[in-house]
Design a binder for this molecule. Structure first.
Ligand code: PMP
Length: 285
């Protein structure tokens, strides 16, 4: 089935959708994006994703392509036109099309706005039962990882390296400490049951799922510490897990071939996945 997608004000078949070859997203990776999950045809934490989008746009001085209520209407129309029950909506905003020049294009250049859906099973994932095997990879990304830009070459290379080494995903490591996963936030649970996760800074993306999971953990009386943790601390942790809009919460059972805890998904990661899904179903719009 061909999808209906959204490009610069138009709803089109994916086979007819076009973007200019002069688009700065294509030529310079000069753009930002968001990914919103859909469960039961409803959007998860839409407000959180919009807040982060606004911050990314502001940090790059990118003009806003549309107000939040318009973006919500586009998300909803794509869900309905594509009969999307479970999956993701990808939204990208770039600085638009202009002559290729290292200077920013003239004021008034219209930003490009593209959205499309992807049907994906989010609730039932084999890796929620088996857990993920992680390979550590040096974090060689730029210094503003808090901005959700479309320049994803290094995370793709990190993932490729992990796959080559027989792992499912990569955790990025800088000066001995874990920053985050290639496309997710990284968390561990200590032997005395404390959830430890990297604190917010320019070094990591401020995950919307991370924020929700930390809030739910506090409600469950799970102690939380937001601080650096080393790769060695992660390897000897009782549990490890990742969070992202597309994976929710997924347990990690191995890092660099070293089993985490007893090598099986841990109880806190499993519980947080359950309550995250239950809570999301309640609050989705
Ligand atoms: N860190 C990175 C590097 C990511 O790419 C992502 C997913 N886009 C995340 C963390 C998780 O963010 P979120 O929970 O908002 O999907």
């Amino acid at each position: 089935m061909t999808r209906t997608v959204y490009v610069n004000g138009e709803y089109l078949s994916e086979t007819d959708a076009k973007i200019s070859i002069f688009d700065r997203g294509f030529l310079f990776a000069d753009g930002v994006y968001e990914v919103v999950s859909v469960l039961g045809g409803k959007l998860l934490d839409f407000a959180g994703h919009m807040k982060r989008l606004r911050r990314s746009l502001a940090e790059l001085e990118l003009p806003s392509p549309a107000e939040d209520d318009e973006l919500l209407a586009i998300h909803r129309r794509l869900v309905s036109e594509n009969g999307l029950d479970e999956g993701l909506i990808y939204m990208q905003v770039t600085r638009g099309a202009a002559d290729r020049d290292f200077l920013f294009p003239p004021k008034g250049t219209r930003p490009s706005l593209v959205l499309f859906t992807q049907a994906v099973a989010l609730r039932d994932k084999p890796s929620a039962e088996t857990g993920l095997r992680i390979a550590s990879v040096p974090d060689l990304r730029w210094g503003r990882r808090d901005i959700k830009t479309v320049q994803l070459l290094y995370p793709s290379m990190a993932k490729m390296d992990a796959k080559r080494r027989g792992a499912d995903d990569a955790w990025l490591v800088e000066d001995g400490v874990v920053t985050e996963g290639s496309s997710n936030n990284a968390h561990i649970v200590t032997a005395d049951g404390v959830l430890v996760t990297r604190d917010l800074s320019h070094s990591i993306l401020h995950g919307i799922t991370r924020a929700a999971v930390l809030r739910l953990a506090a409600e469950e009386n799970i102690p939380v510490e937001e601080r650096n943790f080393t790769l060695d601390e992660a390897k000897s942790a009782a549990e490890a897990f990742i969070t992202s809009a597309s994976s929710f919460v997924l347990p990690v059972v191995e890092i660099d071939l070293h089993p985490i805890g007893d090598g099986k998904p841990g109880p806190i990661a499993k519980r947080l996945r359950q309550i995250y899904i239950a809570e999301s179903e309640k609050t989705a719009i």
